[in-house]
Design a protein around this ligand. Structure first.
Ligand code: SF4
Ligand code: SF4
Length: 75
């Protein structure tokens, strides 16, 4: 799916770890996923997200650990 579609479905805005610093969400799908302001892992809603399911993404905490592609390549 494209970025716009992912942003529309993204659950980050409801996440306990989320801090709104007016950046683009759907951290899993953008090339460089890491947020500039979210730093503390206080729960992640990605496992229940339709984008995660549809794209068959395997990671969590994209906002801190990087996008799906970044985390996949780090292994
Ligand atoms: S998997 Fe996580 S980062 Fe990606 S769109 Fe869903 S809630 Fe947002
Ligand atoms: S990537 Fe996960 S931890 Fe980060 S804001 Fe989105 S749902 Fe929360």
């Amino acid at each position: 799916m494209d970025k716009k579609q992912a942003i529309g479905l993204c659950l980050c805005g409801m996440c306990p770890s989320f801090i709104d610093c007016k950046e683009e969400i759907a951290f899993c799908i953008i090339e460089h996923g890491v947020s500039t302001c979210i730093k503390k892992e206080q729960g992640c809603l990605c496992p229940g997200c339709p984008v995660q399911a549809e794209e068959d993404f395997q990671h969590v905490y994209y906002c801190i650990r990087g996008s799906e592609s970044e985390q996949s390549h780090a292994r």
